[in-house]
Structures are given as structure tokens and as C-alpha cells.
Design a protein around this ligand. Structure first.
Ligand SMILES: [Zn+2]
Length: 455
């Protein structure tokens, strides 16, 4: 198995078996997530699921960033406490993850519950003079960490001339970044029981280093995931802090996912060009969105358009239809078993593609080839059907795009019938209302030329 590592900028061989520790940089919980955040979560989920399917013992850890500037600003705006804001937003994000069939994490970290380890790390860095105090906080001295800039492939002099560096005359080097911010009025404060670190709150980067430390005890993390926008400065700073504290290599493989684009630009809250994931659920089955987000290679950018989304929805519908057919149809008594070798081959090709840095488009093409080959066959033998069912179940553990509960309740079918009639009578208001009702029950209706389907 080969995985591309952003640090070495090369595809490297991944270990063959055993446990795999994964850490995913989760969102700041000041607002519900947009499509770009959803893309990052779904692509990390695909990688995780594939490693599980390969038999690795995966421990998947992710965090909520529940204290930072954005949290404070939004809480002030809403006239509530930062903790109340987190308590309001986290269930909304979890709901989106559930609908997108993102597996629950093995361990969920909260920045605000990681203060002991944050204090511990800041103190270690202070004691080694890698960190120093100035009037507004405690900073990391990047000149004390030789590898600073390696992940993002920049040298310090280039960074010095860069625009992303905050200027502060008291800092030893312009690139030094904040570990700890001293208390300000109306901001939440955290207290060090030993009073070595003054009252205040952590910088964003140290939070993730400390949460990795809690989850994995300072061991090398096998795979660290997150959006490509986190590579610098966030992940660069995580490496510096963790390695300067614990000495050993922080992360073995850095996997950065590409951006979600809209009109060629990165979708983000700061550019105000975003669409909430939950808003798309009004028009599409959440599994359609999942399929759209994962069907392109995880490192590649993905342009969001309604047309592309519709195409993904159609493709997933094809898969779902095939799945339903294979699980509902009955075997014939025919004894020829011509399909078995094709099914076996499709499975092998699917795994081969995914083992090569998760080449999902290639992997999916083998599934569609198989569907093309077998869908119109009407006499499956028992073992062919069994093999197809097993294959679909297995790939769904990786993809998570099939709705596996195929029973549609009678009351949903009734609603769908009423909606279709309303539509024929051009009563679009009623038809839309019923579509929403069906959607809220977890089902979708789809109109074909002269009939409708529920799934
Ligand atoms: Zn992080």
C-alpha cells in the first residue's frame, strides 16, 4: 500500500499491518459546517474506512476547536458564552456528519478539555528556551527548531519577507508564533495551577499538538489529516511544538485534502462564498453529497456546481439501484457461473486502485464496469448473487454510499403517490411540500419520464 506524504512530497510505502493512529484536524465550532468542511471530513472518512477494510486496527481521533478568536468573536456577537456557543454548534455539525455517513470518531478531543497538557507542553518549551514570554503572550522561537518550514517547503528568509507573519517588535524572530495569549478583558481565561504560565488562553496550534499528545502519548502519529490550507502555518507549527517537546518524529504521513472550489475560488467563510452542507440536503439525498465529495481524488480540488452535483446524484442513484436490485432479485436454477471471475476481478481492481494512494475514481470505474456487465443479466445463480451481495457489502464499508435499508414503509409510498398526483395536476406547491415531508422521513423521490421512484 502506497500513500502520498505531503512532508516528503512523495508516495511512500505504508506499513503492511497492525495499528494505525490517525488524527484529523476538526473544525472550529463557531458555526455549522459548509461544503468545504464537509469535503474534508468525508475524504478523511474514506481513507479511514479503507484502512479498516484492509484489516488495520485504526484509532481515529479528531478534535473540536472550541476556543479561539472566531469562537470569541461569534459568542460576543450572539451575546452568549463561548462554551454555550460550542454546545449549540457541535450537535449541528454532528448531525451533518451523521447524515453524510461519516463514521463516529474513536476519540473526540476538545481544546478546552486539554489544558493540563497544553500547560505541560508550554512549560517544557519555556524550560528549554524554545519558548519565551513577552508582553502579550508566550511565543515559540522558530530559530531553535531547525526543521521549521520543511513541511510547507519554505525557508525562513522567504517567510520573513512573507505577508502572513504578524509583526511584533518584542518577538525574537518575525516568524515566531504564539503558544499562549495573555488574558484580555471579556475573554475566557484558563489558569495554570503552578502559575508558571500566566492566565490566558492557548494559541490554536498548540491545542492540536496537545490533543495529539493526549490521544497517542507522544508516539509518532501514523497519519495526520486535514485540509491543504492547514499545512502552513498550522501543521508546520504542530510539528515544531511536538518535536521540540518530545524529541521523536511527530507524524509519519501527512495527508492533505484539496479545496472545494466555487467559481474557481476556495469555498470559505472568510470569502463569504460558502454554502452550508445542511442547505444542500433540502435538494439532495445526503448520500449524494457524500458521493460527490469522495468521488474525486482526495488531494485534488473539486469545483462545486449544481450540474456536477446532479451528475453525482445520478451516478449514485445508478449504484443504489443496482444494490437494491441485487438484494431483491432471486436466483435462477441455472448452473453456469460465468460472473464469479468478473466479480472477483472487480474486487481485486477496486482494492488495487485504493492501495495506490486511494485512487478513488479508478476504483469506482471498476464498479461501474461490473454493473455494466451484469445489470441486464436476468438469470443469476445463487452463488453469483451471493458473491455480488458480498462484494457490494464490502465496498460499501469503504464507500458508505448505499442506503442498505431497502424496505420503504407504506406511509412513505402513500406520500409519494400523492405527490406524483399533485405534480400531474400541476399543483407544485403541494408537490414540493410532500417532497419535503418524504425527504424529512429519510427518503427521496425521483421522477422519470412517466413514472416516479422512491428510494
Ligand atoms: Zn489542528
Amino acid at each position: 500500500m502506497y500513500i502520498y506524504d505531503s512532508f516528503s512530497r512523495s508516495k511512500r510505502k505504508f506499513k503492511n499491518e497492525g495499528k494505525v493512529n490517525m488524527y484529523y484536524c476538526g473544525p472550529t465550532v463557531y458555526d455549522d459546517i459548509h461544503l468545504g468542511n464537509a469535503l474534508s471530513a468525508v475524504r478523511a472518512d474514506l481513507i479511514r474506512r479503507f484502512l479498516i477494510a484492509k484489516g488495520y486496527k485504526v484509532k481515529f481521533v479528531a478534535n473540536w476547536t472550541d476556543i479561539d478568536d472566531k469562537m470569541i468573536d461569534r459568542a460576543v456577537l450572539k451575546k452568549i458564552k463561548v462554551s454555550e456557543l460550542a454546545a449549540e454548534v457541535i450537535p449541528q455539525i454532528e448531525d451533518v456528519y451523521n447524515k453524510l455517513n461519516v463514521l463516529p470518531v474513536d476519540q473526540r478531543m476538545f481544546a478546552t478539555r486539554s489544558m493540563n497538557e497544553i500547560f505541560e507542553m508550554v512549560k517544557i518549551l519555556l524550560s528549554r528556551d524554545v519558548a519565551y514570554k513577552i508582553s502579550d503572550g508566550i511565543y515559540f522561537d522558530v530559530s531553535k527548531f531547525e526543521a521549521y518550514g520543511q513541511l510547507s517547503n519554505q525557508d525562513l528568509s522567504a517567510l520573513e519577507a512573507g505577508t502572513r507573519v504578524d509583526v511584533n517588535d518584542e518577538k525574537r524572530n518575525p516568524q515566531d508564533f504564539v503558544l499562549w495569549k495573555h488574558a484580555k478583558p471579556n475573554e475566557p481565561i484558563f489558569k495554570d495551577s503552578e502559575s508558571i504560565v500566566p492566565d490566558g488562553r492557548p494559541g490554536w496550534h498548540i491545542e492540536c499538538s496537545a490533543m495529539n499528545y493526549i490521544a497517542f502519548g507522544g508516539e509518532t502519529v501514523d497519519i495526520h489529516l486535514g485540509g491543504i490550507d492547514l499545512k502552513f502555518p498550522h501543521h508546520e507549527c504542530e510539528i515544531a511544538q511536538s518535536e521540540a517537546c518530545f524529541g521523536n518524529k511527530f507524524v509519519d504521513f501527512w495527508c492533505h485534502n484539496g479545496y472545494l472550489l466555487t467559481d474557481g475560488e476556495k469555498m470559505s467563510k472568510s470569502l463569504n462564498n460558502f454554502k452550508y452542507a445542511k442547505d444542500l440536503f433540502l435538494e439532495f439525498n445526503p448520500l449524494d453529497l457524500r458521493f460527490f465529495l469522495l468521488a474525486t481524488h482526495y488531494r485534488a480540488p473539486l469545483e462545486f456546481t449544481l450540474k456536477a452535483m446532479q451528475a453525482a446524484s445520478n451516478a449514485r442513484y445508478k449504484l443504489q439501484n443496482f444494490y437494491a436490485y441485487i438484494f431483491k432479485t432471486t436466483a435462477s436454477k441455472d448452473s453456469s457461473e460465468t460472473l464469479l471471475s468478473s466479480i472477483k476481478e472487480a474486487k481485486q481492481l477496486f482494492f488495487d486502485a485504493m492501495e495506490d494512494d486511494f485512487q478513488i475514481s479508478k476504483a469506482l470505474s471498476h464498479i461501474f464496469d461490473l454493473i455494466h456487465l451484469v445489470f441486464h443479466k436476468d438469470d443469476y445463480t445463487k452463488s453469483e448473487l451471493g458473491a455480488l451481495q458480498e462484494f457490494l457489502t464490502e465496498i460499501n464499508l469503504v464507500l458508505g454510499v448505499f442506503k442498505t435499508d431497502l424496505q420503504i414503509p407504506v406511509y412513505v409510498l402513500d406520500l409519494a403517490k400523492k405527490r406524483y398526483e399533485a405534480r400531474l395536476n400541476k399543483d407544485y406547491a403541494t408537490s414540493d411540500k410532500l417532497r419535503m415531508e418524504i425527504h424529512n422521513l429519510g427518503y427521496q423521490v425521483r421522477d422519470n419520464q412517466d413514472c416516479y421512484e422512491v428510494y
